[in-house]
Design a protein around this ligand. Structure first.
Ligand code: ADP
Length: 400
């Protein structure tokens, strides 16, 4: 069974094409700058070599035509006919309260997804455009939607409600939804597999630390809490997002700086976090470099970052009355050994003991990095959201 996975953003489409026999990636790449100058498709070969196809890619439909063109091209392709694609799996950011798991796309699913646009106005429309484009180009292609929020739909009410009038939850659906669900689900399952255990009866904390970052508390294989909220703004300090913040700061700044809601949203989503604090970059590597050169703002931003992740680990250990496994993933979680160490340092009282030798220099590799004596297994598990989407798609095709 061959499955195409699409992740359609506002001006980009990431794709991976899987042969599910052996879960092999046959092709992958990215369509960039859709509707802008310089639009192109970048094909990433297994050798690491990149082939760039430039062209006028005005919309998502044209972008997807490029993807399908590359998959079937004589020189760079891996199939001779589109018939060889069994189904297309789409990453969809918001599934609201309706979608508790992945779903085969039909008109009902599309109309439920449209109802979620209000909750994710920047993300759900391009996701829907991707689905529409496939329907236009290959009308009888089976499609599956895999939602970032779905995994967190198991959170209990006391974890997902905010302390605001209940009527606002009823009227607008204002509650914690959480994001990165596909990643938290993948790495928690994978961690259990590596440990040779079932997720049942396990208490797992997963730290997805990328440009966006979130922590999840997972008990018996189900998410019971997560740090992102109604939007991805809540929780950890991120590349450009502030994370947790007293709402009083928002109203105060809106008044003092005469900010409208759009400008305020840009301030806290795009100009805050590590970028806003340091004025250097949102990229962790740049901040690490500057901190090493002695830059004080970079140093304090890193300490703040570590401190906040540590606080969430403590909170979720309390929420679950224990923790068996702590997993690091995402660009920072997978690569930044100093960050993992700084987060785990002085958490030994709670049973987290990192092994400096196992941790040091470990990059993008599955590994256990805790001491043998550590009560909690600390692990690095590179995330693979695309594979999870492909697996869900395959399962739904087999169930049909
Ligand atoms: P996204 O949320 O965009 O998918 P990623 O998961 O790719 O982000 O993570 C990007 C972050 O990972 C960047 O801040 C980058 O600096 C950081 N990162 C990648 N490699 C390293 C590394 N070797 N050391 C420290 N940080 C790294």
């Amino acid at each position: 069974m061959k499955i195409l996975v699409l992740n359609c953003g506002s001006s980009s489409i990431k794709f991976q094409f899987f042969d599910m026999e052996g879960e092999k990636v046959l092709s992958k790449g990215l369509v960039e700058k859709i509707g802008l100058n310089g639009s192109c498709l970048v094909l990433e070969k297994a050798t690491g070599e990149k082939v760039i196809f430039e062209g006028e890619i005005l919309d998502h439909k044209v972008g997807i035509e490029y993807v399908l063109g590359v998959l079937t091209s004589e020189k760079h392709g891996c199939i001779s006919d589109l018939d060889e694609i069994t189904a297309v799996g789409h990453r969809v950011v918001h599934g609201g309260e309706h979608f508790k798991e992945s779903a085969i796309v039909d008109s009902n699913v599309i109309s439920e997804m449209e109802k979620c646009i209000d909750l994710a106005p920047l993300h759900n429309p391009p996701n829907l455009k991707g689905i529409e484009a496939i329907s236009d180009i290959i009308p009888d292609m089976k499609q599956v939607a895999v939602f970032d929020t779905a995994f967190h739909q198991t959170m209990p009410k006391h974890a997902y409600m905010y302390g605001i009038p209940y009527s606002l939850y009823m009227k607008y659906g204002i509650r914690r939804y959480g994001f990165h669900g596909t990643s938290h689900r993948y790495v928690s399952k994978r961690a259990c597999k590596i440990l040779g255990t079932e997720c049942e009866n396990k208490k797992i904390i997963t730290c997805h630390l990328g440009n966006g970052a979130s922590v999840a508390a997972i008990q018996n294989g189900r998410s019971v809490d997560t740090s992102m909220g109604f939007t991805p703004l809540e929780g950890l300090l991120m590349g450009t997002r502030s994370g947790d913040l007293d709402i009083g700061v928002v109203t105060y700044l809106m008044e003092k700086e005469k900010l409208g809601s759009d400008t305020a949203s840009i301030l806290f989503n795009k100009h805050s976090g590590m970028l806003g604090l340091t004025g250097i970059s949102s990229d962790f590597r740049d901040i690490n470099d500057k901190a090493a050169e002695g830059n004080e703002l970079a140093k304090i931003a890193l300490v703040m970052y570590h401190y906040r992740v540590k606080k969430y680990i403590g909170a979720y250990t309390a929420a679950m009355n224990g923790c068996d496994v702590l997993v690091f993933t995402g660009g920072i979680g997978e690569n930044a050994d100093q960050t993992r160490k700084a987060i785990c340092d002085e958490l030994d009282w709670l049973g987290f003991e990192i092994d400096e030798k196992k941790n040091k220099g470990l990059r993008s590799k599955e590994a256990i990095i805790s001491k043998d004596s550590s009560k909690v297994k600390i692990m690095v598990v590179p995330t693979n959201e695309e594979l999870m989407i492909a697996r869900d798609t395959k399962l739904l095709m087999e169930d049909k």
